[in-house]
Design a protein around this ligand. Structure first.
Ligand SMILES: [Zn+2]
Ligand SMILES: [Zn+2]
Length: 70
């Protein structure tokens, strides 16, 4: 089965954290980078679930670094 087909099926979607390679769990707070579309554990990006609600978009450290030009 192709990965694209998985994404159409909400309860079967599988994401892996770019930081620790753990599999996504709905019982933990995860956040998706709006630039590179990678998923991260909230604890690695220092954003709480309550803060994320106020964010229009989230950029991971890599994408922020690219903008700065490091
Ligand atoms: Zn992780
Ligand atoms: Zn990113």
């Amino acid at each position: 089965r192709k990965p694209a087909e998985d994404k159409e099926n909400d309860h079967e979607v599988t994401y892996f954290c770019e930081t620790c390679s753990a599999q996504y769990h709905a019982n933990a707070f995860w956040i998706c980078c709006d630039i590179c579309d990678q998923w991260f554990h909230g604890k690695y990006v220092n954003i709480a679930a309550t803060e994320a609600k106020h964010l229009k978009e989230f950029k991971c450290a890599d994408c922020i670094g690219e903008e700065i030009g490091e």
